[in-house]
Ligand binder design. Sequence first.
Ligand code: NAI
Ligand SMILES: O=C(O)C(=O)[C@H](O)COP(=O)(O)O
Length: 379
Amino acid sequence: MKLVVDANIPAADACFGGFGEVIKRPGREISAEHLRDADALITRSVTPVNASLLAESAVRFVGTCTIGIDHVDTHYLAEHDIAFASAPGCNAEAVVDYVLASLLTLAERQGWRLLDRCVGIVGVGNVGSRLQARLQTLGLDVLACDPPRAEREGESGFTSLETLIERCDVLCLHTPLVSTGPHATQHLLDAERINELAPGTVVLNAGRGDCIDGLALRSRLAGQNDLTAVLDVWENEPAIDAALHDLATLATPHIAGYSLDGKLRGSLMIHQALAAHVNETSELSLNAICPSPALASMTLQQALPSEDALRLCARAVYDVRRDHERLTREAYALGVAKGFDACRVNYPLRREFSTLSVRLKGDAHTLAPVLSAAGFRVE
Ligand SMILES: NC(=O)C1=CN([C@@H]2O[C@H](COP(=O)(O)OP(=O)(O)OC[C@H]3O[C@@H](n4cnc5c(N)ncnc54)[C@H](O)[C@@H]3O)[C@@H](O)[C@H]2O)C=CC1
Ligand SMILES: O=C(O)C(=O)[C@H](O)COP(=O)(O)O
């Protein structure tokens, strides 16, 4: 079997080498020519998988090691009997880490307490529901908006987007990109909704860039400068709007889900799907491909204020300010589009909060509930 694999997929040899010859290509460069005699295509999210890529190819299996599937024409695959697998939930914990790291950083800079905020979550699937669980266990007031789930499961527990806009201090978008239908998310936050946001609202987007009207957000930020934008995803990646980038308080290059753990889970899930597709059994496990974390444990021996303790532990594992600074630096050095992709391809090794054991001594024992609610292991 010949497999064409995005070169940005970690453990590609361990996960796919057993099936045949692995040809690695940068995801944005994979072309019909590369796939002419390939049997399988393994991507991340930057390769548009559609008729023009596959029409002349022998590909019978497509796997994307990502949660999002908006880059894949699944109807085309189904019509042409090409098997398809994605990796639901693989990096959801990493995205939640990103949100917590970002909000803790904003709270420190702007002088508010995260634990006092009301957070609205739009899209309460694998990412949103994990975020909801962590925030609620931390004691925050959380409102959830997910009309497709509300339709299936009943309205209880769900709130309209209008109510979130009216009541929340922080609005977190975790919706997939859906262009048509009753629950389309393209420009879900459009000019009208952006203008309804109360001054001081934090808008965080870690879903897909097109879920926000970037021009409208830019115009509110440039005109009134009374919102805080945390943007990980953008319209027109990698050629993002440089002016919007400059106006965002935290601007990162679509890396919210970029923990090593999350990426490897994605690789492993597609390995397992491909094994099932070719009727093979697989013994490969996450432990076999995922190294131990460089920072496995740390000790707190004083009862710091809880948000200071959270920030300390969060930054020990993942400091979102570095991703923001790297994007600004690389965009300046290489230009926006090249800088954006350079940050992603050369992404530093990042682990999830759950890989850190926090030992608590003396008074610091009182921090156990808050640290474990945030996702750290507590000893
Ligand atoms: N920034 C990053 O690095 C990452 C971004 N993502 C993006 O986040 C998205 C969400 O991920 P998951 O939670 O794992 O997906 P999921 O499919 O588990 O959940 C998405 C949720 O959004 C809801 N939804 C759909 N349309 C909606 C609408 N109009 N309004 C409100 N809710 C709506 C769905 O009902 C579902 O519950 C992915 O599709 C992907 O595009 C995912 C991982 C990493
Ligand atoms: O899983 C998803 O969905 C994501 O958005 C990925 O984290 C994106 O990863 P890349 O495709 O940009 O490597």
